[in-house]
Design a protein around this ligand. Structure first.
Ligand SMILES: [Zn+2]
Ligand SMILES: [Zn+2]
Length: 275
C-alpha cells in the first residue's frame, strides 16, 4: 500500500536495559525504533532493542537499511555487535551520526566499542557491506528517494541529534536524549517538530524527580507536552523511560499524560503507530 508510514518500538528504555517481572508490559530494552516507509526500512538507535529486531529481520532475506544514531552513549549503540543482519554478506547497513564531527568519526567510535578486552572481535567481523556516515547536525538528509530527514541539535552531554522523517505527506519526529532549560522552550525542537504527526520525546523523569537530575541531559513528559502543544504535534509519545520506572509507575504516567493531553501515549515494546 503506497503511503504506509509506521514506527515500531523495539526498545523504549534509557540508560540501561532492565529485564524482569516488573518490566514485562512496557519492556526493558534500550532505545531502538523501526520506521517503515512502505518497503523501505530505517532504524533509529541501536540499543539492546536492536537485537530482537535483527532476529526478526534475519529471516526476511538480504536487508538494506539505514541506521541513524541520536548519539553514541552506550544505551544507544550496545546492540550493534548483536545485530544479525551485520553477519549476512548479502545485506547492507549504512550507519549515520551527526554529533561527532569534527573530533570523532562514527566508524572509529564503533571500533572503540568492539575492541579487546571490552569485546572479543573487531568490526571486521561484519560480513555485510557497511558504511559509516558522519554528518553535521542541522543538515537535511535524503537517504532514499521520497524520504526527507531533518536533523536538529539536542541539549545532551557529548551532543545528540533529533530527527524528523517526512514521507508521503506525513511526519514522525524522534527527540531523545535532551534536557530542557526551565522557563524556556527549546526553539530547535519546536522548529523540528512543527506540525509533526507523531513526536517521540525524552520523558526520562517526572516533574517530581527532575530537580534531582538537573544537568544529566534528560527531560520530562510535561515538558514534552509543552513542546507538542507549541509545535502543533499530533500524537505525543513519552519515551526513554528511566529504568527505575516499573510497569505500575508507567501506568500512572500514562494516566496523567492522557488526562493532560488526550491521545498521548507511553511507548511500550512491540507498539506500532501509523503516521
Ligand atoms: Zn539514552
Ligand atoms: Zn545519552
Amino acid at each position: 500500500m503506497a503511503g504506509d508510514f509506521s514506527v515500531t518500538f523495539w526498545g523504549v528504555r534509557g540508560s540501561i536495559a532492565c529485564p524482569g517481572p516488573d518490566f514485562q508490559r512496557y519492556g526493558g530494552n534500550t532505545s531502538c525504533l523501526e520506521l517503515r516507509c512502505d518497503g523501505q526500512l530505517l532504524i533509529f538507535d541501536a540499543g539492546t532493542g536492536l537485537r530482537p529486531l535483527g532476529e526478526q529481520l534475519k529471516d526476511q532475506g538480504p536487508l538494506e537499511t539505514d541506521l541513524f544514531l541520536t548519539h553514541s552513549h552506550l544505551d544507544h549503540i550496545i546492540g550493534i555487535p548483536f545485530f544479525k543482519p551485520l553477519f549476512d554478506a548479502a545485506s547492507k547497513v549504512t550507519f549515520w551520526a551527526g554529533h561527532l564531527l569534527p573530533e570523532h568519526h562514527l566508524r572509529e567510535v564503533i571500533c572503540t566499542l568492539m575492541v579487546p578486552p571490552l569485546f572479543p572481535v573487531p568490526i571486521d567481523i561484519f560480513a555485510a557491506k557497511t558504511l559509516y556516515n558522519d554528518f553535521a547536525v542541522g543538515e537535511t538528509l535524503t537517504p532514499r528517494p521520497g524520504i526527507a530527514l531533518r536533523t536538529a541539535r539536542l541539549n545532551h552531554p557529548n551532543g545528540a541529534t533529533g530527527y524528523r522523517v517526512d514521507y508521503a505527506g506525513k511526519s514522525i519526529c524522534y527527540v531523545t536524549d535532551t534536557e530542557h532549560v526551565a522557563g524556556t522552550i527549546d526553539a530547535n525542537i519546536v522548529a523540528l517538530a512543527k506540525g509533526a504527526d507523531i513526536l517521540i520525546y525524552d520523558s526520562t523523569y517526572t516533574d517530581a524527580e527532575y530537580p534531582r537530575y538537573k544537568g544529566w541531559g534528560h527531560s520530562t513528559w510535561s515538558e514534552g507536552l509543552r513542546i507538542a502543544e507549541t509545535a502543533g504535534v499530533g500524537t505525543f509519545v513519552a519515551f526513554h523511560h528511566d529504568p527505575s520506572h516499573k510497569d505500575g509507575a508507567l501506568d500512572r504516567i500514562a494516566e496523567d499524560l492522557a488526562a493532560a493531553r488526550p491521545g498521548s501515549l507511553v511507548a511500550r515494546e512491540g507498539m506500532t503507530l501509523r503516521a
